[in-house]
Design a protein around this ligand. Structure first.
Ligand code: UDP
Ligand code: MG
Length: 403
């Protein structure tokens, strides 16, 4: 190991322990300082173990699945032939109508694992309706894009219900009686309260990054949304990490769920992880400057811990001549969208963000994740670094640790 550190106390292990920070309601996120669990910095150092060392022999090819020809063509068009392990093991169960708890490492294709059964049911049964919930607006948007790609050419009304977007277009979409809704729990609950949506005829539900939604304080909204849904229904719970509150929710709302866990390690195997030690604040900034200037750092997501710190770091980087974008929950949805688009299209190659960008976001070719601020928990760490090294590529994670 290139780095050793005198641990102050045993790490809490990234298990089920929740910090006060995590229990805080959504509104407080990103505002005050974090008071997370202590994580032994030795855990931020790990050589990558690329997946080629662990060959998986799938049972199926996408062509084998008994699904609508249109979906099949779109999958083919997307260049997908062989399912990933989580897809291989959950798609057949999902097509059978089973409730599924799907656990697999970041970047291993969980979206398509639930998308195919959900879309197949929607195309096969004109009365079927599906709801997909995700913790952040950006992730909901990304899932919706995947759904639209896979149903290209089908007449399937859908609505994206996320906070920060104007109500007008959402109300118009809802009047079309959409059969697919993707959104964030807060805005969906809002529509239920305004009676602009009726969940009764929704018989499929997907909770993506479900543990995160609970951490963010969405539990009551989610319970109410699930209670409003019709039965029988099929439920999908997906994440790279689970916790006790998820089990609670599953216990209440799932029907004989099958758990498929294809996690091969604690953290993403495709990410080379190391730390950068620093002394003073100035030293920290100088080391970040050096790191960002390195030619190997081609596209980088830098995590800071509060909205204000993100703003400040973003400003500092720009004044040092770096082209960067910022992303945090205090920005308007228009600003958030612009930052994401700039980063996706390489208008900027540096995105400074709070944990709002830690989950699910799939931007190709992120070479590095830099934890300028230490994450609040080991789970957060795993999700953050999972933004690099996606879809079988090697990525790098660097965590700043005080000397
Ligand atoms: N992807 C892939 N093969 C697949 C499905 C997806 O290579 O069969 C790619 C996908 O385009 C995306 C990445 O893998 O770039 C991660 O997918 P996803 O966001 O669904 O992963 P998750 O983190 O949800 O497991
Ligand atoms: Mg995902």
């Amino acid at each position: 190991m290139p780095y050793s550190y005198q641990s102050r106390r045993q790490s809490s292990g990234g298990g089920n322990s929740r910090s006060a920070y995590h229990a805080a309601p959504n509104k407080r996120r990103g505002r005050g300082p974090k008071h997370g669990d202590y994580i032994d910095p030795a855990r931020f150092v790990q050589a990558a173990r690329p997946r080629t060392e662990m060959a998986y022999i799938p049972t199926y090819q996408f062509a084998d699945f008994k699904i609508d020809q249109l979906i099949k063509r779109n999958i083919e068009f997307r260049g997908l032939v062989t399912p990933t392990p989580i897809q291989d093991q959950t798609i057949p169960l999902g097509l059978e109508g089973k409730d599924i708890v799907g656990i697999a490492n970041t970047g291993t294709g969980k979206t398509i694992a639930f998308a195919i059964p959900v879309l197949e049911h929607l195309l096969a049964d004109p009365r079927a309706k599906a709801l997909i919930m995700a913790p952040t607006r950006e992730l909901a948007q990304q899932i919706m894009e995947e759904m639209r790609t896979l149903t290209k050419g089908a007449k399937l009304w859908s609505a994206l219900l996320i906070g920060g977007n104007a109500m007008g277009p959402q109300l118009r979409d809802l009047r079309n009686n959409p059969r697919l809704i993707v959104g964030t729990p807060g805005r969906i609950k809002d529509h239920i309260d305004r009676r602009t949506i009726n969940m009764l005829h929704f018989n499929t539900v997907v909770l993506d990054e479900v543990d995160r939604m609970l951490d963010m304080g969405f539990i009551n909204d989610m319970r109410e949304i699930l209670q409003q849904m019709g039965s029988p229904r099929q439920s999908f719970f997906f994440s790279a990490t689970m916790n006790a509150s998820v089990n609670n929710l599953i216990g209440t709302f799932a029907n004989n769920p099958v758990t498929v866990s294809v996690k091969t390690g604690e953290s993403s195997d495709n990410v080379e992880q190391d730390v950068i030690t620093y002394g003073s604040k100035e030293d920290k900034m100088a080391k970040l400057h050096d790191t960002l200037s390195s030619p190997a750092v081609t596209k980088v997501l830098v995590f800071e811990e509060t909205q204000r710190n993100v703003e400040r770091l973003h400003r500092d980087l720009e004044s040092r001549g770096f082209r960067a974008a910022a992303l945090h929950g205090g920005m308007t949805q228009g600003q958030r969208r612009r930052s994401m688009n700039d980063f996706k299209t390489n208008g900027v190659t540096i995105l400074v963000a709070t944990d709002v960008a830690a989950r699910g976001i799939d931007v190709s070719d992120i070479s590095h994740v830099i934890n300028y601020a230490i994450p609040g928990s080991y789970e957060d760490y795993v999700h953050r670094i999972g933004r690099a090294g996606r879809a079988g590529r090697l990525g790098y994670a660097l965590t700043f640790v005080e000397n």
